[in-house]
Ligand binder design. Structure first.
Ligand code: GCU
Length: 422
């Protein structure tokens, strides 16, 4: 009897502990506990990696496998039967300065296949052009207020009484400030974007409707073997498949961009798919650019509690033990090498731990050094609105968690500097 009550007590206690709320986020730098980062240049056998050859042949695949097994899960390649349908080409948009294309990417043969709608704006001159590719939060119709843009089939409604039409009208152009198309086109670049819900709706049950279910047989991955971030990343690679088929586009120079959860996604997509020439992580925070071992802002426990579908089940075993993870996020950034990488923070976005994003970018530099490239070659965090670094660049801008014109202007300048002669 005694032992029964004892085991009941233990069960109840451990149950309570495992569901306990995460402690309040720490925002006090003096309370950040000491930590040791795993060295991405130490092999499984404890050997130091000194050459690009060793990195590319053994160490890089090893680090990638650690992220696959512990954080984001598997990812697949291009499925058989993938095909595109161009549903619109309008050469009169932006006062005739740009061409808009709308393309549906079908993930398998036939018109009934699961699909994703991509919106492209390309400058008229300077073909083939470099494109910034990124997923968006609220549908392509939220990027530009133009009724010709096909609305997403997933509509955000402010209240249940709202009709679809009202929801579409309310969303049209609402994300325009995050996609400053005039500026991008004016500088000679294009954009390609799709609503991330087309790949998997962003909630706990979203996998039931998304590609983790609809493409399960074709991709040979069980739903639990990958994650929502994996599914979204996979979609970015399918956008690249389209870009490679479009002769107006220089697909060897595609720049991946993502904000916040979609910044985490851009990093994971860039790590897996080396066709992307440059990667931009905007305010990606925990599970993105920020170091998990720093107890500042969001923690692994926080993110797994609010968004259990973003990562695989194994990631939850690190909820209270980031030090047990065989990687930290600087190792993810290292997987982008030797390609140019931009990590950006915002001063008021403390939840994303700007210093943790900076330190992660800084600690990715040794892998860039193997390629004789200078990464983030500064020791101290820069002042606000002062971009620093070389092949790895970093800024912290004033303001909130967002993508602003200031951010884009830095990305465009970085692209001009590093992508021009590809
Ligand atoms: C939440 C989440 C972050 C994420 C952000 C976003 O704040 O905790 O990890 O980056 O949403 O995607 O906007």
């Amino acid at each position: 009897m005694k032992s029964y009550f004892f085991s009941l007590l233990v069960t109840t206690l451990s149950y309570t502990l495992s569901f306990a709320q995460a402690p309040p986020a720490n925002y006090d730098e003096s309370r950040v506990l000491p930590y040791t980062l795993p060295d991405p240049l130490i092999s499984r056998q404890g050997k130091k990696i000194n050459t690009v050859k060793e990195w590319e042949r053994k160490q890089r695949p090893y680090i990638l496998s650690l992220f696959t097994e512990n954080v984001y899960g598997k990812i697949s390649g291009k499925p058989a039967g993938l095909h595109f349908k161009i549903t619109e080409t309008d050469t009169t948009v932006l006062d005739g300065k740009a061409v808009r294309k709308q393309v549906t990417i079908y993930f398998s043969a036939g018109d009934e296949a699961p699909s994703m709608d991509v919106l492209l704006y390309l400058p008229k001159a300077g073909h083939p052009v470099t494109v910034f590719a990124g997923l968006n939060f609220n549908g392509n119709h939220a990027i530009v207020a133009d009724k010709a843009i096909k609305p997403s089939k997933y509509l955000k409604k402010a209240n249940p009484q709202m009709t679809d039409r009202e929801a579409i009208d309310a969303a049209r152009g609402s994300a325009a400030s995050r996609w400053p198309i005039e500026e991008i086109i004016g500088q000679g670049y294009g954009i390609a974007t799709a609503h991330y819900y087309d790949l998997e709706p962003d909630h706990k049950e979203g996998w039931k409707e998304g590609v983790r279910t609809t493409m399960k047989e074709a991709l040979h991955i069980a739903t639990g073997e990958w994650s929502a971030i994996g599914a979204w990343s996979w979609g970015l690679s399918r956008i690249q498949d389209y870009l490679e088929s479009d002769k107006d586009i220089d697909a060897k120079s595609t720049i991946l961009i993502g904000h916040s959860r979609l910044g985490k996604t851009a990093l994971w997509a860039g790590a897996n798919d080396r066709r992307f020439a440059m990667v931009i992580s905007n305010n990606s925070g925990e599970g993105g650019a920020a170091l998990s071992r720093r107890n500042f802002g969001e923690t692994i426990r926080n993110i797994n509690t609010s968004f259990p579908h973003w990562f695989i089940a194994q990631y939850k075993s690190y909820n209270d033990h980031p030090e047990k993870l065989p990687v930290d996020q600087h190792s993810l950034l290292s997987l982008i090498a030797p390609r140019p990488l931009y990590v950006a923070s915002a001063e008021e976005d403390r939840w994303a731990d700007p210093r943790g994003e900076f330190l992660s970018a800084k600690n990715a530099a040794p892998v860039y050094a193997l390629y004789k490239l200078k990464g983030l070659n500064v020791n101290e965090m820069p002042a606000v609105n002062h971009p620093v670094g070389e092949t790895i660049r970093y800024h912290i801008r004033t303001g909130k968690h967002d993508v602003t014109l200031y951010d884009w202007q830095q990305y465009l300048a970085f692209a001009r500097q590093y992508i021009k002669n590809r």
